[in-house]
Design a protein around this ligand. Structure first.
Ligand code: NDP
Length: 330
């Protein structure tokens, strides 16, 4: 009998899309030179948009969503990987144009894989996932522009979310004074537990945007975009840097050139999807060093594959906290 495995499949319908749990065989998978027994995946904001249909993430129908996964190589014709290797994958269009991680088995291009970092389980790696790894890329972007703890406070927006909470934990471990902007004041204890020095209500960053406001931030990690990003930019100290990576609040950016030409503010875009492999590996090494594992655990919730459609709706509604790991075989 052919082995079957379980997956979530999103298909187009006349009036939108449908999400169903299906049983597939390896023959149903897309092309690739490495087949992986997936152990864990995670729910990222993009997965929420893909499963609810609230954003144009899916580029191929039908699709198995899930933009990240970690597991064990089953078969490989790629020179770098052999059966039994533990691997991690995030980005490269997986869960967007190529079948993704919400499946017990995945077949992918071996060039997209990195080795599971030493000391990490597959669940740990997905607690980091695309969101956590993007948070680290944002921190690296600030450092590369010369932002240092002695220069002043660093702002993290969308702080109770996946990218935001991980950024709070990493920045505080590195000695930064982190101010966490959140719409959920009830998460103050959670955010302070991760290392935030103080909390501000996100409403403070949602008013009318001035070209220049009172300067406060040496650096910013922004996961929200739109008015919040524009207000954050107008409050950056001279020569400070903003790492912009998200659009949870909108894709527009209603700013002016004033902060850039009068304060030398730098706006750095962070894209995790096509990060070259050497930088990915360097990023995972930094995560192993600079993300406190007890904090990673504190910001992570564990769910099963059955729970993914519910969590997808919650993440788009801004109701999930920190990171959500999916035990794909649980
Ligand atoms: P989460 O949903 O976990 O976090 C987003 C947070 O943003 C929420 O928790 C909430 O934080 C805040 N937020 C949500 N809606 C709004 C709103 N309407 N206005 C203001 N704030 C809001 O998502 P992730 O952390 O997984 O992703 C965050 C963003 O980063 C997403 O846009 C995602 O697509 C993007 N991203 C981009 C990547 C890239 O490569 N460029 C990679 C990974 C993520 P709070 O409740 O604390 O206010």
């Amino acid at each position: 009998m052919t082995d079957t495995f379980r997956a979530i499949l999103v298909s187009k319908t006349d009036d939108g899309q449908k999400v169903e749990f299906v049983r597939l065989t390896e023959a149903d998978l897309m092309e690739g030179n490495v087949t992986i027994d997936v152990a864990h995946s995670s729910v990222n904001y993009k997965d929420g948009l893909a499963i609810t249909g609230k954003g144009p993430i899916i580029r191929r129908w039908p699709l198995i969503p899930g933009i990240d996964l970690a597991g064990t190589v089953r078969t490989s014709s790629h020179p770098q990987w052999k059966p039994g290797d533990k691997v991690v994958l995030g980005g490269w269009g997986v869960g967007e144009g190529h079948y993704g991680g919400f499946s017990e088995v995945a077949r992918v291009n071996g060039d997209w894989l990195v080795p599971l970092p030493a000391g990490f389980s597959t669940a740990d790696a997905m607690a980091v996932g695309v969101a956590g790894y993007t948070a680290m890329l944002c921190v690296m972007a600030l450092e590369e522009q010369g932002v240092q703890p002695a220069q002043g406070e660093v702002l993290v927006t969308g702080a109770a979310g996946g990218v935001g909470s991980t950024a709070v934990a990493i920045l505080s471990k590195l000695g930064f004074t982190v101010v966490a902007a959140t719409g959920r004041p009830e998460e103050e204890a959670f955010l302070k537990g991760l290392g935030a020095a103080s909390i501000i209500d996100r409403k403070e960053l949602q008013g009318p945007v001035k070209p220049l406001a009172k300067a406060r931030w040496a650096g910013v990690v922004d996961t929200v975009g739109s008015v919040m990003l524009a207000n954050a930019i107008s409050q950056v100290l001279p020569e400070g840097t903003v790492a912009a990576t998200g659009l949870a609040g909108g894709m527009d950016l209603p700013t002016t050139v004033a902060p850039f030409i009068l304060r030398g503010v730098k706006l750095v875009g962070v894209n995790s999807v096509t990060t070259p492999q050497p930088r990915r590996i360097a990023c995972w090494q930094r995560i192993a060093r600079d993300l406190d594992r007890s904090k990673l655990e504190a910001l992570t919730t564990h769910v099963k594959l059955d729970d993914v459609p519910r969590v997808a709706a919650d993440i788009v509604a801004g109701k999930t906290r920190g990171r959500v790991v999916v035990d794909v075989r649980g």
